[in-house]
Design a binder for this molecule. Structure first.
Ligand code: ADP
Ligand code: MG
Length: 530
């Protein structure tokens, strides 16, 4: 058989292919970012997005840009699945699919209206999936724009060249039917916020006029300019630059290229200059990791690219990783540009850079946690003090005959008579009575001991005892539990002083020592507070 006669043409089934290409896993904000990539590539300076719902609940999305625009021929070629591309360095596009797949992932109808210059004829091109389904062919609308389209275009791009990308029949943005007007409004507001925060981070270097790495652009969302969001919080003096490394990648077709890593450790909450700045930084476990920038645009992250696992104590660690298009080959950037895969040699080198630095970030975070616990524990025991104060008079207590803060001694009188004790004596400057006092350490690693605080009999509780760490700390916000445990230890201390005599002083101390030791062992297997 001849080799040419067994070749036949088998074009894809139009309707099913178009349908299949909708499911490449886009999230709405990433899809919008892909449309914006095209605008940036077309050298737009201002991009305006309108995301709106009409009175019947129908959603539309419009993205206007004042970039180079397209001629009739260019527009036609742009609409093709697998559009031809003029290979230009730094292009964010790939495969000539972005415009179509990003749009149809959410809309049944994509319309593009464009012109190069103000005096040029406007052309309208649209793919309507309902039509493709009906005729099962790659048939689209392409014509001179009509009056309402011209009006729509001019609404934003008055007398300018540029492009309008419009999504209609956006049935896929919210799953399910639109019914409840109020609920829909909420969903719309939430979705708009998500888009806003995604774009602030993704195009940060373009949006920040002070950032010289990328050309400056403006992106408006429903009439409001989107501010840049800096994950590395460079505005704070206490942000640490914990290291920078350039890694040269060889063996690429276009010659060697460089990957740049910068490790930042964010300040702890109390080190931020203001509450607003702390909130703006969005310090939380989900925001740790590597932020990957390709050609100045955030394409991935934050995560640890599989090199480390996420840990609550790494939440102050954020790493900037930048490269340009020359590294695409090494990274296997996918259609959505949102996934990157490293090779093994790079893996090892990046890991070696990360490890010592996350350890530093980890230590700083734990330090912050300890000081945080200290603050919460002061607060937690205050509730117990109040509770004990209201009941203290009804509880049998020995009389304090004299006490000395300098010598830490006291003489008390209980039912058994007078007894002289070595006991910690302190004055409190709290205006409310203090009965329960957390301490950073107690001799012999005791969990608790009786104490005299401003002439009241109280209890000192050792914050560094494992029982405190593992049983108290996880419950600091639970008022009743803390009051219960505090009452028990306070009760034990008062009873000790009610019953103690010269001859039994040592026995009580030994008992506390023994119980504290046993609790140390019993709490060993309880989880660490996280
Ligand atoms: N906003 C725009 N302004 C000018 N040209 C555009 C715009 N959007 C798309 N194009 C043209 O359409 C082509 C196809 O876009 P797209 O489907 O996103 O694929 P890719 O970006 O991979 O080339 C682009 O290469 C560009 O020439
Ligand atoms: Mg594109």
């Amino acid at each position: 058989m001849s080799s040419t006669s067994d070749k036949i043409k088998l074009p894809p089934h139009a309707s099913r292919t178009a349908e299949g290409l909708r499911d490449t896993g886009y999230q709405l904000p990433t899809a919008i970012s892909d449309i914006i990539d095209n605008s940036i590539e077309a050298e737009a300076e201002e991009i305006s997005i309108f995301f709106e719902q009409d009175f019947r609940g129908g959603l539309t999305l419009e993205i206007f840009d004042d970039g180079k625009g397209m001629s009739k021929e260019e527009l036609l070629s742009a609409m093709r699945y697998g559009a031809e591309r003029k290979d230009k360095k730094g292009n964010l596009g790939k495969f000539g699919l972005g415009l179509k797949t990003a749009s149809t992932a959410f809309a049944d109808k994509l319309t593009v209206i464009s012109r190069k210059k103000s005096k040029d004829q406007l052309y309208t091109a649209s793919w309507d999936l309902d039509h493709i389904r009906k005729v099962n062919d790659w048939e689209m609308t392409f014509r001179k724009s009509n009056d309402s389209e011209i009006k729509d275009f001019e609404k934003v791009l008055k007398g300018k060249g540029g492009t309008l990308v419009k999504w209609d029949k956006c049935h896929r943005i919210f799953s399910g039917e639109l019914q409840d007007g109020l609920k829909d409004k909420k969903r719309l507001v939430n979705q708009t916020k998500k888009i806003q925060s995604h774009l602030s981070a993704t195009f940060q270097r373009f949006l920040d006029a002070k950032d010289k790495r990328a050309r400056n652009i403006i992106i408006n969302l429903n009439g409001e300019a989107i501010p840049p969001w800096d994950p590395f919080v460079l505005r704070e003096d206490k942000t640490q630059k914990a290291g920078r490394r350039k890694i040269k990648v060889e063996g690429l077709q276009g010659g060697p290229a460089e990957l740049e890593l910068t490790f930042y450790i964010l300040p702890r909450e109390e080190e931020f200059s203001s509450v607003e700045s702390y909130q703006e930084a969005q310090v939380k476990p989900a925001n740790q990791g590597i932020y990957v920038y390709r050609e100045n645009r955030l394409i991935h992250g934050p995560d640890w690219l599989g090199l480390l696992s996420r840990d609550t104590h790494y939440q102050l660690c954020r790493v900037e990783m930048s490269f340009d298009h020359r590294l695409d080959e090494a990274f296997q950037v996918d259609i959505k540009k949102s996934q990157i895969i490293l090779n093994q040699a790079l893996d090892a080198e990046i890991q070696e850079f990360l490890r010592p630095r996350v350890r530093e970030g980890n230590a700083l975070s734990r330090q912050g946690e300890r000081s945080g616990i200290k603050k919460t524990s002061e607060e937690a025991h205050k509730v117990s003090n109040k509770n004990i104060e209201t009941k203290a008079k009804e509880v049998t207590q020995p009389e304090i005959i004299e006490s000395s803060q300098t010598k830490n001694t006291a003489t008390i009188e209980n039912a058994k008579g007078k007894v002289h004790l070595k006991i910690s004596v302190t004055a409190s400057n709290d205006k409310n009575a203090v009965y329960v006092k957390p301490a950073d350490s107690i001799v012999d690693g005791l969990l608790w001991r009786p104490t005299i605080i401003s002439e009241n009999i109280g209890v000192e509780i050792n914050r560094n005892h494992p029982y405190y760490q593992k049983v108290y700390v996880p419950n600091l916000s639970k008022g009743v539990t803390i009051q219960g445990m505090d009452s028990l230890l306070w009760g034990l201390s008062v009873s000790e002083l009610n019953c103690v005599e010269e001859s039994t002083k040592r026995i009580f101390e030994d008992l506390r020592y023994d119980v504290s030791k046993k609790l140390r062992i019993l709490t060993e297997n309880l989880p660490d507070p996280s």
